[in-house]
Write a protein that binds this ligand. Sequence first.
Ligand SMILES: [Zn+2]
Length: 185
Amino acid sequence: MAPKQRTSRRQGAAPATAPARLWAPWRQQYLKMSTGSRACIFCFGKLTEVERRKRLVLFENQDAVVMLNRYPYTSGHLMVAPRRHIASPELLDRDERNVISDLVAHSVKVMRPLMNAHGFNLGANLGRSAGAGFADHMHWHVVPRWDGDTNFMTVLASTRVLSQSLEDSFKQLRPVFKTAGAELS
Ligand SMILES: [Zn+2]
């Protein structure tokens, strides 16, 4: 019997129906780094303004912290995490859940007009098998998106472009998170 004809598809080519994915090769470095043992980026004490800028911390209070992702999918990609070093959302207390939920909403609210974002990806990866870089300290990702950004990022992706935009993102977003405390209380 003749072997069954296989449908040919160029290796590596995505099927036409697959959703467009962001291509972010600089994240490989982040994933490599995060599998080694090192201090948790979400756990820190009181920060000076210099340390804050270095760590890209946009906001923190007793319950939660907001920081820019050093290896972002897009400009403005930030993370919202509890202050406590815990791995899963069922371990959060009521206050932490409320504050985190408010901070995610605040992030979308301020970034939409400020960065002219057309859409957002919101989500969390729980556990290494789900793709978490820092699996022991859970965090939500807020990723601004723009129409056609998959094409844009593929063309312009380079660490140089991004490190510049990280600084810009911090300068742009820090003022609108400085006031978040008043809105959350
Ligand atoms: Zn931690």
